[in-house]
Design a protein around this ligand. Structure first.
Ligand code: ADE
Ligand code: ZN
Length: 349
């Protein structure tokens, strides 16, 4: 039937629920939030030549076959970031979006090596990002944690060098983790730097089981002692691993639109999110690199609803898991969980 004109103005209850529910995001690469418009602006400001003429050209180039084809373009985009203010503006543009989408808490990743390799000081990066995080805390009460990544396609000694650069900023960085190309780069070779990081009070997270096999998830858990697994969707290939992850309630930070864009699933309707939930895993939903994958957190939930039929209960469970799985202190978690429950009971579906 035709939609009555007045119905067009009333948001669909599911859309309103997805928008309004207080959310936490635990898997967000700040360099992946660089929108083409800002990329152009910073390129002009810093006198950097981009291999694109227009914003439309950039979006056109965002067609990826796999993780590596994305990473090549993503590392190139990050070259426009030069001074502290550039890192501030990048972070602020994400936080503004996050606040609009009712993200109450976010844990963002940054890739220092992408920048230090170009001669940018570690301090410049951290200070710019951190200033934006503080401002968002003041302006919206949006809390955050900062997580530093080591690029796994680089050597263990490069990771160690980066770790040493980070030590003076220890109080601004909550956790360390691995990202970049997964296949052929098992967690094993980074044991020493992760041991040292844990001894210095850093928490540990790792990308594993995105493109790589279940064995990489085991390594991330047993060798690096990761408290959370990013992606982790391939855990279903190992029943023993699933059992372990369920028993320990190790959180998985799943990124549905990212998985489709990078060809991990050929369509969202084939994503295994339902299976992960049914197995009793602690699953969360996140946007990964929203500027590149065409969607922030709400878009991810909305697409999951459209293509996988996830319902109110599922969304409640997923957002609850995210606050539980965060690195917030227990009292802060409780504050957000109460806010979440208040929203859901007030929504009265
Ligand atoms: N760096 C940015 N996004 C990433 C992803 N999805 N996997 C691995 N490394 C990344
Ligand atoms: Zn990621």
């Amino acid at each position: 039937p035709m939609t009555e004109p007045n119905q067009l103005q009333t948001p669909h209850p599911m859309e309103a629920f997805i928008h309004g529910i207080p959310k936490a995001e635990l898997h967000l690469h700040i360099e992946g939030a660089l929108e083409p418009e800002l990329m152009f602006e910073l390129a002009a400001k810093n006198d950097i030549k981009l291999p694109y003429e227009t914003v439309a050209d950039i979006r056109q180039a965002y067609k990826f076959q796999d993780l590596q084809s994305f990473l090549d373009i993503y590392y190139q985009g990050a070259q426009v970031l030069i001074d502290e203010d550039d890192f501030y503006r990048l972070t602020w543009s994400y936080l503004k979006k996050a606040a609009e989408q009712n993200i109450r808490h976010t844990e963002i990743f940054f890739d220092p090596q992408t920048h230090t390799a170009r001669g940018i000081q570690f301090e410049t990066i951290v200070k710019g990002i951190h200033r934006a995080l503080s401002d968002a805390g003041r302006q919206w009460g949006l809390s955050s944690r900062l997580i530093m990544c080591f690029l796994r396609h680089l050597s263990a000694s490069e990771a160690m060098k980066t770790f040493k650069q980070a030590l003076p900023f220890k109080n601004l960085i909550t956790a360390v983790r691995l990202d970049s190309s997964e296949l052929g780069f098992p967690p094993d070779k980074f044991r020493a730097v992760f041991d040292l990081a844990r001894r210095n009070g850093f928490k540990v997270v790792a990308h594993a089981g995105e493109e790589g096999p279940a064995e990489y998830i085991w390594q991330a858990l047993t060798l690096l002692k990761a408290a959370r697994i990013d992606h982790g969707i391939r855990c279903v290939e190992d029943a023993g691993l699933v059992k372990y992850l369920v028993k320990k309630q190790v959180p998985l930070t799943v990124c549905p639109l990212s998985n489709v864009k990078l060809g991990v699933f050929d369509h969202l309707s084939r994503h295994n999110l339902h299976q992960l939930l049914e197995l009793g895993l602690c699953v969360t939903v996140n946007s990964d690199d929203p500027a590149y994958f065409d969607g922030y957190i709400e878009d991810n939930f909305q697409a999951l609803h459209e293509h996988l039929g996830i319902d109110f209960e599922d969304i409640y469970k997923l957002t609850r898991n995210a606050f539980q799985a965060s690195f917030l202190a227990p009292a802060e978690k409780k504050k957000y969980l109460d806010e979440l429950d208040g929203f859901v009971s007030g929504f009265g579906h």
